[in-house]
Ligand binder design. Sequence first.
Ligand SMILES: *Cc1c(COP(=O)(O)O)cnc(C)c1O
Length: 376
Amino acid sequence: MERPVYLDYNATTPVDPRVLEAMLPWFTDQFGNAASSHHLFGWEAAAAVEEARRQVAHRIGAHEKELLFTSGATESNNLAIKGLFESSPDKKHLITVRTEHKALLDVAAWLETRGVSVTYLETDTEGRITADQVAGALRPDTLAVSVMWANNETGVLQPVGEIGALCRKAGVWFHTDATQAVGKVPVYVPAAHIDLLSFSAHKLYGPKGIGALYVRKGTPLALQMHGGGHERGRRSGTLNVPGIVGFGKACELADPDLSALALLRDELERGILSAVPGTRVNGSVKYRLANVSNLSFPDVDGEELLLQLSRIAVSNGSACTSASVLPSHVLKAMGISDERAHASIRFSLGRFTTPEDIRFTLRYVAGIVADLRRSS
Ligand SMILES: *Cc1c(COP(=O)(O)O)cnc(C)c1O
């Protein structure tokens, strides 16, 4: 069977061949434990980890001492938010947004069961919030604000710099899930006044199972993983040396200038909008990642549409839970109807997307939607 055209880069990316090459020796010849301080094997591994830490920190404008490695953005979000609230039990209020990733919303929901009160800001119909909304939600017992940099479903960018400045002035900690932003837009933590930032290698052409949390100097975090005291005592567990080396290489290669990719995305989006009457773009088109187009196709059944689109690999506006297929919480939060959310498709392009991929997808999608409409 011919493999589908991959347009799901926001779900995960392939490992760049240059990243793989950098990783390989660390599985075999140079297999040491970075915590082994008495022999060459350990020293080599520790040096490779520190070199990678510099590369990863450099990507976000951080000092390498402020960066700790985790298993991915899910763990980074857990450590950031649970770590903050456990360290300051006298403050019990968190501000976040309805359109966050589940890896943040589920942490917030868990904190609610432990007595933390959470304000979920509503976005406008374009998926954005304002710094003023954050200011209006602040309370004397607010400990932290968490707002993602870029949304994984729509690509919509939040005004993190303004929110960061506000939080710094108000004396509350600011965390951002920047998993979709790093490598796609310039991310510079000092300018955005960020205290904690989560990201992950497998969204930027690195391997799965490795991520990082930026922790600005002086930010209190209670440990979530007890053990051998790795990562300056903040996250125990033997370091994933090949993964870390790959993450470092991926960060070195990441070039947030996506202007070429933006042209392909625009060609796809404009092409579908003009070929398929009634198609709508979900989310802001002005404040958006260059690689994403989230479109809804009225008058077709969403499940049927995804089933038919077997020659492209994309995501749709639904989330499968064990019990049922629910409309995406992100699209719902933007005021989009359940029906339209189900009939939404997220196209996310990346480094290896070709003009041929886009031309094929355009013709293919337009043809399938027309067929479905005729038959309904
Ligand atoms: C993919 C993603 C995550 C989860 O990252 P993992 O490294 O897979 O745990 C969290 N937040 C956002 C915005 C994501 O896109």
